[in-house]
Structure formats: structure tokens, C-alpha cells
Design a protein around this ligand. Structure first.
Ligand SMILES: [Zn+2]
Ligand SMILES: [Zn+2]
Length: 250
């Protein structure tokens, strides 16, 4: 079956990709996220959500709105976006658009919002088919968005007795539709889907069978906001949160 991709969704994904490529690794990116509005009490769809990667910290959230419209961004767009930022508790926002903005929009944006120009011709060499398909059986059109590259190094002893260290690199990310966590091993190229919220899940390991595994859990901050977190669990018992995303549940 053919993927049904509209241009504006491609634009959103391109923005997610460019954001993830520019950010410090201390942040992780979720395309097409959903957060429960603290004021409205309804689910808000967020084109691109930027959060702390390693800790359950929802106080430094950044949201991005990709506005693929045929006119300039105006004051009303900025005000609507400021309202959304307030509802989801974002400390900063990026409004990305292909045709620029009015001078009044820039004044209204002040320091809380950055308005960024991204021309549509940047889509010409962006091909979503290079993203792997989501491996969750019930997810039809999802593609996996990679946003983190955790590395594990293992001390080994060569046959001649020389100690050596080998580095194993992985890609971690989320499906852009169902948002399931995925892990890809750069050594065996296997892609694992790691579901969260399954108490019977004992973890996932790639074909390399090295002394670590992947497990997802649901964590809660002191205010009761939940996030799904993907963990790398080492054989030594050390646990590293490698990526996460807020959930739209209270
Ligand atoms: Zn999916
Ligand atoms: Zn592997």
C-alpha cells in the first residue's frame, strides 16, 4: 500500500530533522507529539517537541510549530502560538514558515518565540522513504525518526592478551505516527521496537547478544506529568535514559 503523505506533513518532518541535527545531545526531539494542556485539559498536537533527554524534567520544554501556509505569519498566528506554549508549559517556541512574517508579528513574538524561515524548496532533497518503517504491526504508515546515538564501549582482551575497547553505536528514536520507541544497532543492523507501559516486558536485545538490553517505562514528575522513557540497561545494573517523550495522560 502506498503511503499517503501530504506536503505539510513532510514539511513538519523536515523541520523535526533539522532541529534534531542542530540541537545539543542533552535534548531529544519528538515529531508529531501530543501533550495534555494544563489550562485547557485537552490533548494538544505538537509538530515538534524538544525535551531534556536524560532526566524526567518537564520544566524546560520547547515546542515548534511548522506553518506551511501561503502567506506571511501575522500577529494572530503568534498569539495563538503563545497560547499553545502557555497551555503546554513551553519555555520557548519556534514558529517555522516558508514565506516570512509581518513586522507586527516579530514585535509580538518578543523573546519567547523565534520565527524562522524555511523555504519550501528545502523539501526537494528530503525523502521520507529513507526513514525505516515502524516495526509495530498495528502501525501502518509510521516511519522511524532517529534522534539519538548512544554508544556503549566494551573492554575486551585480544587473543594475544592485549586489552582493547570496542565501541557499539546505536540509533534511538520514535515512530512519527504511533510514537513507539525504536532502537537500531549499527553492528547487526537489527531494528527493535520497544513498547512502553507493558509490565510483562523484560527487555529487548539485538542479535549481537551483548551484555545490555533496552526497556521502556513510564515515569512521572512531582507534578504528576507522565513521560515515556527509553532506557539502556547495562549488565552491570547501570541504567541510562537515552530518549523520552511526554505523554498526553494526566
Ligand atoms: Zn508506529
Ligand atoms: Zn546488534
Amino acid at each position: 500500500m502506498k503511503d499517503v503523505w501530504e506536503d505539510w506533513k513532510l514539511y513538519e518532518r523536515l523541520v523535526a530533522r533539522l532541529m534534531a541535527d542542530q540541537l545539543s545531545t542533552e535534548f531529544c526531539v519528538t515529531p508529531n507529539a501530543s501533550i495534555l494542556g494544563a489550562i485547557t485539559g485537552i490533548k494538544r498536537q505538537i509538530d515538534v517537541l524538544i525535551e531534556t533527554r536524560h532526566d524526567t524534567d518537564n520544566t524546560r520544554r520547547i515546542i515548534v510549530d511548522a506553518k506551511q501556509r501561503k502567506r506571511k505569519i501575522d500577529v494572530k498566528d503568534v498569539e495563538a502560538f503563545l497560547g499553545m506554549m502557555e497551555d503546554v508549559g513551553a519555555t520557548h517556541g519556534y514558529l517555522v514558515c516558508p514565506y516570512g512574517h509581518t513586522p507586527a508579528a516579530e514585535k509580538r513574538a518578543q523573546t519567547a518565540v523565534s520565527i524562522c524561515l524555511l523555504p519550501l524548496d528545502r523539501l526537494d532533497d528530503f525523502d521520507l522513504r529513507t526513514w525505516p518503517r515502524c516495526s509495530r504491526p498495528t502501525c501502518k504508515y509510521g516511519r522511524v525518526f532517529w534522534d539519538g546515538y548512544p554508544e556503549v564501549s566494551l573492554g575486551l582482551v585480544a587473543p594475544d592478551g592485549t586489552p582493547t575497547r570496542l565501541a557499539f553505536v546505536h540509533c534511538v528514536g520514535k515512530c512519527d505516527r504511533c510514537r513507539s520507541f525504536h532502537v537500531s544497532c549499527a553492528t547487526c543492523h537489527q531494528i527493535l521496537c520497544v513498547p512502553e507501559g507493558d509490565d510483562s516486558d523484560i527487555g529487548h536485545q539485538c542479535a549481537c547478544r551483548l551484555p545490555w538490553f533496552w526497556l521502556a517505562s513510564i515515569e512521572e514528575d512531582e507534578r504528576g506529568a507522565q513521560s515515556a522513557e527509553l532506557q539502556l540497561v547495562m549488565g552491570t545494573g547501570e541504567v541510562r535514559t537515552v530518549t523520552r517523550r511526554s505523554l498526553s495522560t494526566a
